[in-house]
Design a protein around this ligand. Structure first.
Ligand SMILES: *Cc1c(COP(=O)(O)O)cnc(C)c1O
Length: 414
């Protein structure tokens, strides 16, 4: 589903011209399509019809309350990695009983908050975390529902920074330790073992590592059962990739069908934690060209969005398609699309063949995931506004930050 299309020589988000959004809300500005968000979740829900399953959107991909609201209204749960994300889910009226809590560094306060709200499950990532959770639950007089995040040591064939299921990664517990850790968890009075979990990486374009990981996890499930530990759910994490450039995007069907076949008849509830796949292509970053600076070696188009707004190019050398909002018919030149930040690494795109004039608007595509959530205030740049389009309706879902807000929590010396 592509909600961002050219109509009458202009780029639109659903029925709204992006130039109108820029005129109303300024730039840089993130623009999301509600229809695209719903269609992305629906692709999962269609495949899971009649299956005991819960899709938990990974909040870290995009935590705006309106985005959480869209998914929560369609029955989704949430995968969180901090107490802050849980508070967001609650603020968006998401159901805490559909929340799974991942992450290697859960603090006591975060555990307490999640226990008080009776979340669905803690995805425990280490032996000391088991002890701490048992202790915190005991103080509250509660039993914490847990799964162990097991590291199946499967190569997801993706960027090293976003592969998480290898032995050398900091995530999860080693496959070979899982059985004995479960046996230990049984002895802890304030824990209730409910499931097992794995998440092997992000932006996977080949779905076969998911099936490979599931095979390994199912061997453990059987070993646990023969040791008297019966699980109720299996969490297969997130990680399904999207098309940024010319990648072949796997369908949700091609990803899920082999997994569902393997899980058939096992009586395990299935949890999925997609992040990028639900939001990545449902958002663009709208930016304006401040200056054109043709040079001897390179031509620079300096735009008003920067690495603080969209970190992925600088951080992972990620490629985002950049398209003019009102394309010109002049001869194109090759441009470096860069931001105003004082870092050579501050770029949005290299070597783009485009016909540009100063003042033109550009849309950076596939910016809905890990865009706004990874943004910062580096160079004291207020964070961008966020807008959600729904047909011909435009909702401002986050005001542009003010400069004053950036230092409102600071004080001078007495
Ligand atoms: C980041 C993350 C996800 C989501 O990953 P995507 O690649 O965005 O689908 C899911 N589960 C866990 C534990 C994560 O850390």
């Amino acid at each position: 589903m592509n909600a961002f299309t050219l109509k009458n020589g202009q780029l639109y988000a659903e029925s709204v011209a992006l130039s109108d959004i820029a005129a109303r809300f300024g730039t840089p500005c993130y623009v999301y399509s509600r229809t695209a968000l719903e269609a992305a979740l629906d692709e999962y829900l269609q495949e899971l019809m009649g299956v005991d399953a819960l899709v938990c959107f990974a909040v870290k991909a995009n935590g705006n309350l309106a985005i959480l609201d869209v998914f929560s209204r369609l029955g989704a749960g949430f995968d969180i990695v901090s107490g802050g994300e849980l508070k967001r889910v609650l603020a968006a009226d998401g159901d805490p009983k559909k929340v799974v809590f991942s992450g290697v560094g859960k603090s006591r306060e975060e555990m307490k908050l999640a226990l008080e709200h009776n979340i669905f499950c803690f995805n425990v990532e280490s032996a000391p975390e088991l002890e701490r959770l048992n202790e915190v639950a005991g103080v509250l007089g509660k039993k914490a529902p847990i799964s162990l995040r097991v590291n199946p040591n499967v190569d997801p064939k993706t960027h090293p920074y976003i592969s998480t299921g290898l032995k050398k990664n900091k995530f999860g517990v080693a496959y070979d330790d899982a059985l004995s850790l479960y046996q230990h968890a049984v002895t802890l009075p304030n824990l209730e073992i409910t499931g097992i979990d794995c998440h092997i990486g992000s932006q996977l374009l080949d779905p076969s590592p998911f099936a490979e990981a599931l095979d390994k996890i199912l061997i453990l499930v059987d070993q646990l059962a023969s040791n008297g530990i019966q699980l109720r759910h299996i969490d297969l994490g997130g990680g399904l990739g999207i098309r940024y450039k010319d990648e072949q995007e796997p369908t949700v069907k091609s990803y899920l069908q082999p997994l569902l076949t393997k899980l058939k008849g096992r009586g395990l509830k299935i949890i999925l934690e997609p992040g990028r796949r639900l939001v990545g292509n449902a958002g663009v970053l709208l930016t304006k060209i401040e200056y054109l600076k043709p040079g001897e070696a390179k031509n620079f188009a300096i735009v008003d969005a920067a690495m603080n707004d969209l970190a992925r190019p600088a951080l992972y050398d990620a490629w985002h398609e950049i398209v003019p909002v009102q394309p010109r018919h002049d001869a194109p030149r090759t441009w470096e699309i860069v931001g105003p930040i004082c870092e050579t690494g501050d770029f949005i795109g290299h070597d783009r063949s485009l016909a540009l004039k100063a003042g033109d608007l550009l849309a950076v595509l596939s910016a809905g995931a890990y865009g706004m959530t990874m943004s910062s205030n580096y160079n004291s740049r207020p964070r961008a506004a966020e807008v959600m389009v729904d047909g011909s309706i435009v909702h401002l879902i986050r005001h542009r930050e003010t400069e004053e807000a950036l230092y409102a929590l600071e004080s001078r010396l007495p």
